[in-house]
Design a protein around this ligand. Structure first.
Ligand SMILES: [Zn+2]
Length: 221
């Protein structure tokens, strides 16, 4: 607990806090790393792993934004693919033209990427899901169609909309074209917050035991 621990070569914006593991209650050290995203503001990356049970957690917090938020970007060409996306563990990504929702769940993680990176992640999920439905002709055909549409979107030839909603306000799309607004309490309440929720005020993590994780690709029709 000495101040010397955080001195030296390390950035003054990186520090550590202690909590207990949400799974096994063992002591847990949380590493915080501050970062400045140009034209946006300060973000904080949080990471920890438990030596006892192997529990791991990473998340991103946007310091300037604390309200439930919704961002919507019309992706109409190659330049839109470069728009920056911050997705925390509590962010839900929707692409209505493809009927795809990526909701927080046990496999959700946090990342800073761009629209192209989001589409590549969605593409790999769709490829996997298509493999699962090989025996169902309609679903299989829909899976192949989705793959084709995502490929075209990555080439800038298939316009679509990327929406990100976050009840904790820790996700965002950064673009001059983005349309953002606050979510109503009702809308925010309908969102899945993810398996592990990091409470900024107490620096505690809680396991969200609500079993509302939907399989990706649930909107095959
Ligand atoms: Zn543990």
């Amino acid at each position: 607990m000495s101040a010397e621990d955080s001195s030296g070569a390390e950035s003054p914006r990186s520090f550590e806090t202690r909590t207990s593991c949400p799974l096994c209650q063992e002591d847990l050290i949380i590493k915080w790393q501050g970062d400045e995203i140009p034209y946006f503001g300060e973000v904080m990356y949080i990471s920890t792993s438990c030596c006892n049970c192997g529990f791991r957690f990473t998340d991103t917090m946007i310091l300037a934004q604390k309200e439930p938020m919704r961002f919507e970007l019309k992706v109409e060409g190659l330049e839109d693919l470069n728009a920056r996306v911050i997705r925390s563990t509590s962010g839900t990504i929707r692409i209505p033209e493809l009927g795809i929702d990526v909701e927080p769940g046990s496999v959700s993680d946090s990342y800073v990427t761009n629209i192209e990176g989001i589409l590549q992640r969605v593409q790999s999920v769709v490829v996997t899901a298509t493999g699962w439905v090989k025996d169902d002709d309609d679903a299989y055909a829909r899976g192949l169609e989705l793959q084709d549409q995502i490929e075209k979107a990555i080439a800038g030839d298939f316009p679509l909309t990327v929406i990100i909603e976050d009840p904790l306000g820790n996700s965002a799309i950064i673009s001059e074209k983005v349309v953002s607004r606050k979510l109503s309490a009702e809308e925010a309440g309908d969102l899945h917050s993810g398996m592990v929720v990091f409470d900024v005020d107490t620096s505690q993590m809680e396991v969200d035991s609500s079993d509302k994780i939907q399989p990706i690709g649930n909107s095959y029709k």
